[in-house]
Design a protein around this ligand. Structure first.
Ligand code: SF4
Ligand code: SF4
Length: 183
């Protein structure tokens, strides 16, 4: 590769990711244990170990626009396998936050689902599934997928028509408020 095309490390991004996540990405030495154990690697556009290397090299745009950070299901398999004690699942979460803040999230449906889930917990103190699905469908315009499954769950009483009544709703709302104020 000609010198002019060589990748120039962009350490500011690495530092920003390490500060946000509290994870030492610099320690990754590319053993690939994370990738080999990831149950979703078949669907990812870049493998978890490649995400680590891209962060080390400061490839901010490529990382924050990747599908991988949104497809990660936070199952923590990678975290338990990493010989360097890097919590990769937590790192992926921090990358999702940075991706949203930069306005470049690749998987908008997953972002809408994520928002609907958190909104439901903020409003009701815990998840109200039917309300969350309604919000997700309206905001994502994904109106008809899963209709048959949803009707089946309703018939079997697995989905409630009313939000759950639980204690401590105000405290949970305050937690969300405090988190928003510190962002
Ligand atoms: S936490 Fe994410 S990256 Fe890690 S193994 Fe699970 S799905 Fe894969
Ligand atoms: S398991 Fe840990 S050290 Fe190995 S490639 Fe993944 S992040 Fe890097």
């Amino acid at each position: 590769m000609p010198e002019s095309q060589a990748i120039q490390p962009h350490f500011a991004f690495l530092a920003a990711v390490e500060t946000r996540s509290g994870e030492s990405v610099s320690r990754c030495y590319q053993c690939r244990k994370c990738t080999n154990g990831c149950p979703l690697n078949f669907a990812m556009d870049v493998m978890p170990n490649q995400v680590m290397r891209m962060v080390q090299l400061g490839l901010e745009d490529e990382v924050l626009r990747s599908k991988t950070i949104w497809l990660c299901a936070s199952c923590q398999t990678c975290t338990t396998r990493c010989p360097n004690d890097i919590d990769i699942a937590h790192l992926m979460d921090s990358l999702r936050q940075l991706s949203r803040e930069a306005g470049v999230a690749a998987e908008q449906k997953i972002v809408k689902f994520h928002d609907a889930f958190l909104d439901s917990v903020r409003r009701h103190g815990r998840l109200f599934e039917l309300g969350m699905v309604g919000q997700y469908k309206l905001t994502s315009l994904d109106l008809f997928s899963g209709t048959k499954t949803g009707i089946g769950l309703l018939k079997r009483g697995k989905l409630k028509f009313l939000p759950p009544g639980i204690k401590g709703k105000r405290e949970i709302r305050d937690m969300f408020k405090k988190k928003k104020e510190t962002q």
